[in-house]
Design a protein. Structure first.
Length: 194
């Protein structure tokens, strides 16, 4: 017998096809009501809940008022009130020998010297090491001083030597030191315009 030709169209649905599932109609089983819903909470519990809610409202109002007061004080002075903190006072008293000692300790942790940084000053080496330390947060888009202060507020204990270098360079009138070198590289728009 000659083989018959099978066509995919024409005869209706094939007998071997899997039926289509429909999720349009939801059928659920009846469930028993929970006993917890039937029990009424005691009046003492209601009072405790109300007291807790009231105390939370009072606490949430205080931080908002503090934030508003700080924002108003910053607007009136133009800059945040910056009385020298204890860390800034310690950093100002820090000698160059202490910074050198810190850098030697950092270098001792390495297997070899940083050859590509030989032409940089000690302060710039310390700052660049701080820039690439991801432990203190991102260095791109924020000045080194603000990054140090943020790390200090977060309790990350940034090295006081970095703050000392920043304060000394700022006192010398070098304001370019505030921006991280890697930030300048990343923000350059043209190739080779660093």
């Amino acid at each position: 017998m000659p083989t018959t030709r099978r066509s995919s169209s024409g005869r209706g649905p094939a007998t071997g096809k899997q039926s289509k599932l429909s999720f349009n109609n939801r059928v659920t089983k009846p469930s028993a009501k929970s006993a917890k819903d039937k029990v009424a909470p005691s009046p003492l519990k209601k009072e405790l809940i109300q007291e807790h809610i009231e105390s939370q409202k009072e606490e949430s109002v205080e931080p908002e008022q503090q934030i508003q007061q700080e924002a108003e004080s910053e607007q009136t002075t133009g800059t945040p009130v910056s009385a020298k903190s204890d860390a800034e006072i310690k950093a100002a008293k820090l000698s160059d020998a202490a910074i050198t000692k810190y850098w030697r300790k950092v270098e001792a942790e390495r297997m070899s010297k940083r050859v590509h940084q030989e032409d940089l000053s000690l302060g710039e080496k310390v700052l660049r090491y701080f820039d690439v330390s991801s432990h203190y947060g991102p260095s791109i888009g924020i000045t080194r001083m603000r990054r140090w202060q943020r790390a200090q507020r977060l309790g990350l204990n940034p090295p006081i030597e970095v703050l000392a270098v920043l304060l000394k360079e700022e006192a010398n009138g070098n304001h370019d030191i505030e921006k991280a070198h890697i930030d300048r590289i990343m923000n350059s728009t043209a190739i080779g315009a660093a």
